[in-house]
Design a protein around this ligand. Structure first.
Ligand code: HEM
Length: 236
């Protein structure tokens, strides 16, 4: 598989199959999200929800493959691997674009999971069609506690498995602290959103637009990264 991904690509002369396929997939998934936005704007709630769901699942699979199999981001941070341009361009343009891209990808992933849950909570389904429900949308104190306790419980079980069954390093435990910590943070953020935007439908529209803009920026920054690595400053 690694050899196939490293073969010459089909989009740019110095690209690789791995870079080209992952860039094309990023393009397709982001466009699917933006089409889903267009559907919501036309009031097609159910089609919007279905397309969002398919795009979301495909995007998560893509992100995992991209960052774990190819590790482009990590490689590019480790001393200019793959970047053939001058040091000033690398330091002042390439690294800031790549850093912005990685931050947006993390934010986009967190927000999409949040928005899917928020979408279901703020909708009612009448004759098979999803419609946003106007009115206050709030997690009750009991449910809030249950969610936090479930997260702490899951983290504890995972920790026991990591240490006693899989004998993983301290770094692995730290990574899981970060993952569960992010989930807890999102649950608390919901409390902040509830105060700022009490109406569930309005919250979905405003946060949804913000999320869609982040997806568009992810596409922009991944295009710039691709162009700089394989078209403008390829490694010779
Ligand atoms: C990543 C997840 C999601 C994002 C980013 C998102 C984004 C959006 C945006 C931006 C709008 C407003 C469109 C506009 O007026 O500009 C919207 C409306 C809507 N969304 Fe979502 N959404 C997501 C998930 C969901 C889910 C899971 C459901 C249903 C279960 C849903 C149901 C709806 C409905 C019914 C509308 C209103 C359409 C209308 O105006 O009639 N959304 N969404």
């Amino acid at each position: 598989m690694k050899e196939l991904l490293a073969k010459p690509g089909f989009l740019a002369p110095s690209g690789t199959v791995g870079a080209d396929v992952s860039y094309l997939l990023a393009l397709v998934f982001t466009l699917m999200f933006l089409i889903a936005w267009g559907m919501a704007k036309k009031g097609l709630g159910t089609r919007h929800h279905k397309l969002i769901f398919v795009s979301m699942v495909s995007m998560v699979v893509y992100f995992c493959a991209y960052y774990y199999a190819r590790q482009l981001g990590v490689l590019s941070f480790e001393g200019k691997e793959g970047f053939g341009g001058p040091q000033e361009v690398y330091d002042n343009i390439f690294v800031p674009i790549l850093t912005t891209h990685l931050i947006l990808v993390t934010l986009g992933l967190i927000l999409s999971i949040y928005m899917i849950c928020q979408g279901f909570r703020s909708c009612s389904r009448t004759s098979g069609e999803y419609r946003l429900r106007t009115g206050e949308l709030k997690v009750s104190a009991g449910t809030f506690k249950k969610i936090l306790l479930t997260l702490v419980g899951l983290w504890t079980v995972n920790q026991v498995i990591l240490i006693f069954v899989r004998h993983k390093s301290f770094a692995a435990s730290l990574a899981w602290v970060f993952i569960f910590g992010t989930a807890v943070l999102v649950v608390y953020l919901e409390r902040v959103f509830e105060k700022l935007l009490p109406d569930g439908a309005q919250r979905h529209r405003i946060l949804g637009r913000g999320t869609m803009i982040i997806y568009a920026l992810i596409l922009l920054t991944s295009t710039l990264t691709y162009l700089m690595l394989y078209v403008i400053y390829p490694k010779t």
